[in-house]
Design a protein around this ligand. Structure first.
Ligand code: ADP
Ligand code: NI
Length: 222
């Protein structure tokens, strides 16, 4: 990894321009503001955990470029990422390899508990998961569901575990269900100690939100 900070800054600036341009083509939660928040968190976690801040920042900026939802396939997305990296002569090959490894482990792990090996990969994965939690996580989930015309809540629906695959696929799930399906599980999947600490606070905030939401739904809030 290069020690020249102005070189690093020019690579980061090129990445910001590329990713912002890519993100402007989509509007479903993989927006530029998600990338900005994840990147800020990744740098903060990196400093706290003693990980390489440049590697974490660059990987965080690029982490959603190969996302399956934004490309024909994960492979096509990785190819897009590699094409951009081919055009970064200032980036050392060893750093490039580290960054590609981080992004591919995170992408292929699909967010479902698969262990990531390096501290830098752990930091970037934690930062991405943190942005699904807390007040921002709540807002993103409702925005995502609203865009898909999904209902907020339906107390008569069975929990996800008791639904058939078909029922679930056919949209018989609600926004509130997503908290149980995914968001409440994330705090136990965090890698780093600092990530766990932040996730715990964001988790408690969401639990409180869902409790209050259900009370208000029944007109039974205190
Ligand atoms: P990531 O940022 O890790 O790529 P996703 O692409 O899975 O996250 O989702 C983007 C955002 O949309 C997240 O905040 C997530 O909570 C929300 N989301 C994803 N799937 C659903 C769903 N089935 N219902 C409601 N919200 C969802
Ligand atoms: Ni992401």
């Amino acid at each position: 990894m290069t020690l020249d900070s102005s070189t690093n800054e020019s690579i980061l600036e090129a990445a910001r321009i590329f990713v912002q341009e890519e993100a402007s083509k989509h509007s479903d939660g993989h927006d530029w503001t998600h990338i900005q928040r994840v990147t800020a968190l990744a740098v903060r976690l990196a400093r706290h955990m003693g990980a390489d801040p440049f590697v974490c920042e660059l990987a965080a900026l690029l982490h959603d470029v190969p996302d399956e939802k934004l490309n024909d396939s994960l492979e096509a997305g990785m190819a897009k990422l590699n094409t951009w990296l081919d055009n970064q002569p200032l980036l050392e090959p060893s750093t490039r390899e580290v960054v590609v490894n981080i992004i591919s482990t995170i992408s292929y792990a699909g967010g479902q508990g698969a262990a990531v090996d390096s501290l830098e990969a752990q930091v970037v994965q934690d930062a991405d998961r943190l942005d699904a939690l807390g007040a921002i996580g709540i807002a993103r989930t409702f925005a995502f569901s609203g865009a898909r015309g999904r209902e907020m809540y339906d107390p008569s629906l069975p929990p996800r575990e008791q639904m058939t695959r078909e029922e679930y696929r056919n949209g018989r799930s609600t926004t509130i269900n997503h908290f149980y399906e995914k968001l409440f599980k994330l705090k136990d999947l965090m890698n780093t100690s600092y990530g766990k600490e932040l996730a715990q606070r964001r988790h408690e905030y969401m639990v409180q939100f869902v409790e209050q939401f259900k009370q208000e739904w029944e007109g039974m809030d205190r």
